[in-house]
Structures are given as C-alpha cells and as structure tokens.
Design a protein around this ligand. Structure first.
Ligand SMILES: Cc1cc2nc3c(=O)[nH]c(=O)nc-3n(C[C@H](O)[C@H](O)[C@H](O)COP(=O)(O)OP(=O)(O)OC[C@H]3O[C@@H](n4cnc5c(N)ncnc54)[C@H](O)[C@@H]3O)c2cc1C
Length: 429
C-alpha cells in the first residue's frame, strides 16, 4: 500500500522514510544525515496533479511547527511557516486585520507548495502568490539555513520564489499583505459570445474576473469580484450551503458520475449547468476567493499572453465541437498581471490562464493533448503542478531566465539531493 498519495489519487508513493519534522533543526538534521546518493523532498498538501512533490527515498510532510504568523504591519509583511495551509494563514491574518492580496480558488494548499508551483488566482492588477513573496527561509543541501530577500542572498530570493522544491526546504515565507477587505461578488451565467466579445473591457474594468465555459453549450458561468469596504451582505448560511456544497459539489458530482457511466448523456446534462441563477453578495475576501472542491478530477492549465485569449479560446471551442469528446467539466479562464519571478508562469507578461479538467476515472490524455497543441502555438507555459506533456526541450525557450535558474540550482545543490524524476524532466537534468 502506498503511504502517500496526492489529492487527485493519481500520484502514489511508498518512500523509504516518511517523516514529519517538527522544527527547522530537525529538517537540517535529516538533510545532513542523508547518505551519499540519497534524496529528500518536502511535500505540501499534495494538491499538485504532477509527481512534482515526491521521492521514494526520504519524503517529508509539512508542519507549521506549532507557530502562528508574525505580521509587520508597518511594512505590510507577514511571516508564515512554510508548511501552514492558506486556510490557516487566512484565519491568522484576519484576526490581525490583514489579508493576502489575491489567491487561487481553494485554500487547502500550504504556502510553500503554492509559491513553489506558481499558484495564482485572477485579476489583471495582481500577480500570483509567488509575486507577493518578500522573503523566505531555506534549508540548503549542506544543511545550512539561508534567509533570502531582496537585501540578503538576493539572487536566491529573486530566482527561487518559484523553485519547484529544487533549491532546498522552505521554512518560512514572508508574504506581502494588505488590510483586510471584502469582495462584492456577482456570480451569473452569461453567453460565451457575449463574454468573449467583451473580455478585454471586463478584465480591464473589474478587480477579479473569471469564467467557466461549459462544453457542449454556448454558455459560461462568470464570477466578478470588486474590492470594497462596504458592510457585509452575506448569503444566508443555508443558501451558501445549498450553492457551494449541494449544487457545486454533490449535484455537480452526480452529473459527472452519470456522465462517466454514460458519456453520450454529457451534452444533455451540460445544458442544466447554466440554469444556476444569479447571486450577489459581499463577504470577506478569503471567503469569496476560495471554495470547497469535493469532486475529484484531473487538470491541465496553461498561461498564454493575455492578448491571445479570445482567439485561443475560440480555437479550443471549435476543436472540442469537432471532436467526439464528451466533457462534463467546465473550461476555466482567469488572468493575472506580469511579475518578475523567473519561473512564474506570468513572468514578464500579462497572462490569461486556460484550465481543462476531466472527472476522475475518465480518460483525459486525448483531450488534454488536443488542447495543449493549441496552447503551445501561443507561447503557452504549463502550470508546474498540473498535468502537461512537456520537458525542458520545449520549456527552456519559454522562460527567458531558465538557464539562470538551473545555474543557481546546481550551485546550491550540486549532488542533486532535492531532485526527482519530474523536476529532472522539466529542468533537463
Ligand atoms: C482542487 C484544486 C484546486 C486548485 N486550484 C488552484 C488555483 O486556483 N490556482 C492555481 O494556480 N493552482 C491551483 N491548484 C494547484 C495547486 O495550487 C498547486 O499544485 C500547489 O502547488 C499545491 O500546493 P500543495 O501545498 O498541495 O503542494 P504540493 O502539491 O504537495 O507540492 C508542490 C511543490 O511544492 C514543493 N514544496 C512544498 N513544501 C515545500 C517546502 N517546505 N520546501 C520546498 N518545497 C516545498 C513540493 O516539493 C512540490 O515541488 C489546485 C489544485 C487542486 C487539487
């Protein structure tokens, strides 16, 4: 029996040693005692779809070391234990009157896991999580501990904010934070043609916008969020439970399960999704950004330059319609601003993100490869934590500072103790 598996159930491993260190000193000890040729990795919460986190040698699991968060309110920076989940970080920050400025759509990930794969949310005026990193602590291959920021070990900080777990073990992450705020949220179905025609105007005029195209229909479900300090206007507890738990998880899960048993039913089942109605509410930012995901799936996501989004999405819609594929999961579209993190999927460009999903237990490779072929012709960069079929041969030219990152990695870890098969493939080692 494997004793570690990821959330999607697609990556399983029985490492020689599975350990949950309870202090930085214990991590240093484990790294120092590694025999010649030994390897060690730290997982986050296992929410990557790729085998990026694992090794079959020494696998460490995260802990927040029983520590809370320290907020430097003058600088607007919070020190978060690397193994703390975003969910717990949000609770600590809210109690101190602060919030992360932007995040993705779940909070089960650890802060270290999130930044290491370039996890992002949506909003053109905002970056992904790695772009919000002010500093971090790192246990290196020789067991030493480095504090890294723009003023200390700045090269490690600059290149290492998205590090794929290859530079060492992160011990804390200093994140930029902002005073707590609320989001005025509107969630409603809209026609795909209308969203695509107005896409540039919409993403330029609201803080956070995303939409889900429902394959086999001409409809999307949209989410628009405006940052506000207006008083809360919450959904009722039962209304929230009905939409978020029953409709978005149990009912949607039942539709997916029925579609898996009888794929020919999927196009007809899909027509039920846009009838979810309109919702408007004002709640604290982290309650709006994140939702619970109980339905398990496989996912591929690419970033492309934002200017190509409308053309690329039309090509994907046409390709799906021409194929005989039956797809029960919506295609998700988000945007972010550019950042300066060398291995970030948004490095140096305004980006649009397109994510395709397949319900667990259904074959995904043909669908994902078909979409990937389109994305690759538009300078696509795959999410490091999600399924893709690329290696360093194709990735190298997509990141202008790829070689700088690889140089730093081999300087910090010449024996390759933090490597695994996945990172060897994508970094060309
Ligand atoms: C349901 C679901 C929803 C998702 N939503 C989004 C989304 O909205 N936006 C988005 O961009 N992505 C999303 N993802 C992907 C997810 O955010 C990333 O895969 C993220 O890396 C997972 O974090 P984790 O804590 O589970 O880390 P893991 O997947 O366990 O590990 C990721 C990487 O981090 C490294 N790592 C972890 N801890 C440390 C440490 N202390 N030191 C060094 N390296 C470390 C691991 O070695 C590995 O390389 C989603 C995934 C799922 C399953």
């Amino acid at each position: 029996m494997p004793n570690w598996r990821n959330w999607a159930g697609s990556v399983r491993v029985s490492p020689r040693r599975l350990v949950r260190p309870s202090s930085i000193a214990e991590i240093q000890d484990i790294v120092r005692r590694l025999p010649i040729g030994g390897r060690v990795r730290m997982t986050g919460s296992g929410h990557s779809f790729t085998p990026i986190a694992i090794t079959n040698d020494v696998l460490m699991q995260p802990s927040d070391f029983g520590e809370g968060i320290g907020v430097d309110s003058r600088r607007g920076v919070a020190r978060i234990p690397a193994g703390m989940t975003l969910r717990d970080a949000n609770i600590h920050l809210a109690a101190a009157g602060f919030a992360l400025t932007n995040m993705g759509d779940i909070t089960a990930q650890t802060i270290a896991g999130s930044i290491s794969t370039s996890t992002h949310g949506t909003g053109l005026a905002f970056t992904g999580l790695a772009g919000q990193v002010e500093g971090f602590g790192l246990v290196c291959a020789d067991g030493s501990h480095l504090d890294c920021s723009s003023s200390e070990n700045s090269d490690v900080w600059r290149l290492g904010r998205v590090g794929l777990g290859t530079l060492g073990i992160l011990t804390y992450v200093d994140m930029k934070v902002v005073p707590a705020f609320r989001l005025h949220a509107v969630e409603e179905p809209r026609r795909l043609a209308d969203v695509l025609e107005n896409f540039d105007r919409i993403v330029g005029s609201v803080d956070h916008f995303e939409f889900y195209w429902i394959p086999h229909t001409k409809w999307t479900l949209t989410k628009t969020n405006l940052r506000t300090q207006e008083p809360p206007r919450s959904r009722s507890r039962s209304g929230k439970w009905w939409t978020k738990t029953v409709m978005e998880n149990y009912a949607f899960g039942a539709v997916c399960a029925a579609g898996r048993m009888a794929p020919s039913l999927i196009p007809r089942l899909a027509t039920a999704l846009p009838s979810s109605g309109r919702q408007e509410f004002i709640e604290s930012s982290h309650e709006v950004f994140a939702t619970r995901r109980l339905v398990r799936f496989h996912e591929m996501e690419y970033s492309i330059p934002r200017r190509h989004l409308v053309e690329v999405l039309r090509l994907i819609v046409e390709a799906v319609e021409r194929s005989n594929l039956k797809i029960s999961f919506p295609v998700e579209v988000r945007v972010t601003g550019p950042d300066d993190v060398p291995l970030s999927t948004s490095f140096g460009r305004e980006s649009a993100y397109i994510a395709v999903h397949m319900y667990r237990g259904m074959p995904y490779e043909r669908y994902f490869r078909m979409v990937e072929e389109i994305l690759l012709t538009f300078e696509g960069r795959p999410h490091w934590g999600k399924i893709h079929f690329q290696s360093a041969n194709t990735l190298r030219s997509r990141y202008p500072q790829f070689e700088d990152f690889c140089g730093l990695r081999s300087r910090l870890d010449p024996r390759g103790v933090f490597l695994n098969e996945y990172v060897e493939r994508v970094l060309g080692i």
